[in-house]
Design a protein around this ligand. Structure first.
Ligand code: SAH
Length: 283
């Protein structure tokens, strides 16, 4: 086979017919794809992609058939089981099937379920992780998901379960007590309930919150607010999903680290937003 990648010195895996590669496309910016994802795009016969995959990325698989399998809350959507079985069917036809999902396929993306179905049907798979919106999307907003002066733990939660409701299995009181920073996926629909649950659990009304919509794309928007004010502020700003919601003091770091604003010529609002003086030299 001719080497599909313009990067010599590494042996790139060959996409064999009849395989499904389950691959993360990152949060939006095509530059956040991994090299394995690019290698996959260059060899795929068919790309089965989700709603949150940027169209430019599909152009990097020029020879491949495109099949849309998007599922967005509230909109008509292909059933999950149908998608998984479609992947099985395509693989059995001897095609190189690239299943491309937003962010990381194993983070709130049902990649695990699809992989399970493929394995149950004896279809060989490869998993290609991606940059998840809850980490990379916040980084594009200038929010480090951990910072030594803020948090030693972070909790990633989903704002709705399979039925579309706030997950009953989540113990908001425990999350609230146990994690200084909470990163919420799919939280927009039920933000009122989520904010109320966190306030009930003892988080301060003034706790900093950031809402990052369409993170890492040209349409990225960031709202800085507080736990008490976030439902009303989201409404007032007219923000729409997809959004990552970050609750915790790491949001304050944006005042120093909003690198996109700085690239536009704005200066940092506060270079020491946590008020801890200069960062220590040692690790
Ligand atoms: N597997 C994905 C998450 C899929 S669930 C990942 O690892 O990122 C879909 C949710 O992810 C959205 O409702 C939103 O909460 C979040 N999300 C994905 N892409 C996003 C983006 N570009 N900006 C903001 N949120 C995003």
């Amino acid at each position: 086979m001719t080497d599909p990648m313009p990067l010599p010195g590494h042996v790139w895996p060959e996409f064999q017919p009849g395989w499904v590669w389950l691959c993360g496309a990152g949060p939006g910016d095509p530059g956040l794809l991994t090299l394995h994802a690019l290698n996959a795009l260059r060899q795929a016969d068919v790309v089965v992609y989700d709603a949150l995959v940027e169209p430019t990325i599909l152009d990097w698989a020029p020879g491949a058939e495109r099949i849309y399998a998007g599922k967005r809350g509230g909109k008509p959507s292909a059933m999950q089981r149908d998608i998984s079985l479609r992947l099985v069917e395509l693989a059995r036809k001897g095609r190189r099937v690239l299943r491309l999902k937003g962010g990381d396929p194993f983070v709130f993306g049902r990649g695990g379920e699809e992989a399970q179905t493929l394995v149950q049907h004896d279809v060989p798979i490869r998993i290609i992780p991606g940059i998840s919106a809850g980490i990379g999307g916040l980084a594009y907003a200038g929010i480090p998901v951990t910072h030594r002066d803020v948090n030693q733990s972070v909790t990633f939660v989903t704002g709705h379960d399979q039925s579309g409701n706030t997950p009953q299995t989540l113990d908001w009181a425990a999350i609230s007590r146990g994690s200084q920073v909470i990163v919420i996926y799919m939280g927009m629909k039920h933000i009122d309930q989520i904010a109320a649950a966190l306030l009930d659990a003892g988080r301060a009304p003034s706790e900093p919150v950031a809402v990052v919509t369409q993170a890492t794309t040209d349409d990225q928007r960031v709202l800085e607010t507080t736990l008490a004010a976030c439902p009303a502020d989201i409404d007032a700003a007219g923000l729409e999903p997809p959004a990552i919601i970050c609750v915790g003091r790491s949001v304050l770091m944006r005042q120093a680290l909003d690198w996109q604003a700085q690239a536009r010529g704005e200066s940092a609002r506060d270079t020491d937003p946590l008020g801890r003086g200069r960062p220590a030299e040692s690790a």
